[in-house]
Design a binder for this molecule. Sequence first.
Ligand code: BV8
Length: 248
Amino acid sequence: MMIDTNVAEKISDKAEKSKRIVFLTGAGISAESGVPTFRGTDGLWRNFRAEDLATPQAFERDPKLVWEWYDMRRQNLLPLEPNKAHKAIADIEKTGYEVTLITQNVDGLHQKAGNVNCLELHGNIWNVRCIDEGKIFENMEVPLSIIPPACACGSIVRPHIVWFGESLDADIISKAASAAENSDLMFIVGTSAVVQPAASFPLLARQSRAYVVEINPELTPISGIVDISLHAKAGDAMPYIAEILQDI
Ligand code: BV8
């Protein structure tokens, strides 16, 4: 896929004047790796109810059911690899720009692609948290031998994931908001931009006069407020964007 010359020139022109670049990613960036999105035609929320599986109330009601769902997702995720879009962002991180990657994804594919600085707004599916002590640790057991899994203290653990109705980590949210406010250029890749507070970062960046580019095959609620809405798959567009940024 070639990016329209006009669009490529605009991005190149803005990048030349930019020091701080922010990427905000969502499930769409992992779609080409084989990870299901949440709200698309085959999206997870088409077959499962978020209220039954991704809320603290659901976990309190039935921790086994919630863990079975996460165990299934972990099994599906384990063999999957980062795609061209993850790799393009990891490449851009190695350039001279000051890059902040903010992701809503919990799949860990950005890190697997080599990104070092990644603000995970909604946690990580490979981390668990003791419901009693709050201790966070990695758990890579696939499939899980005991559901729900337990902490050494004897309490059960929960996925270290931010569920609906729960607050995001204050430190992560403040770093993400400040990166958005101080950015010169922001790329929003593969998100439906409906879940708050992540969906407000493009607005914060716009208000701070950053140049905002959206990459998504579909229109979203923020398409109207961005500078460029690029209707493309992340795996097609991001390698070109990396090339444009690296050519400067
Ligand atoms: C909070 C974890 C304070 C589970 C997730 C009313 C108004 C405003 C806000 C609210 C409201 N009612 C409730 C709220 C708050 C709520 C919220 O925003 N709800 C929305 C839905 C209305 N938010 C919260 O609860 C947050 N906490 O606000 O705390 C508070 C406290 C108490 C009470 C109130 C407030 C916590 C949110 C965290 C939710 N956790 N998941 C898990 O993963 O196991 S959300 C879930 O959605 C995922 O994490 C995901 O990351 C996130 C965002 O979705 P996307 O990543 O955008 O994915 P989606 O499928 O939607 O879209 C994919 C896109 O990719 C599409 O646009 C598609 O076109 C595109 N695409 C497809 N293929 C490609 C592609 N793009 C590029 N290339 C491709 N190849």
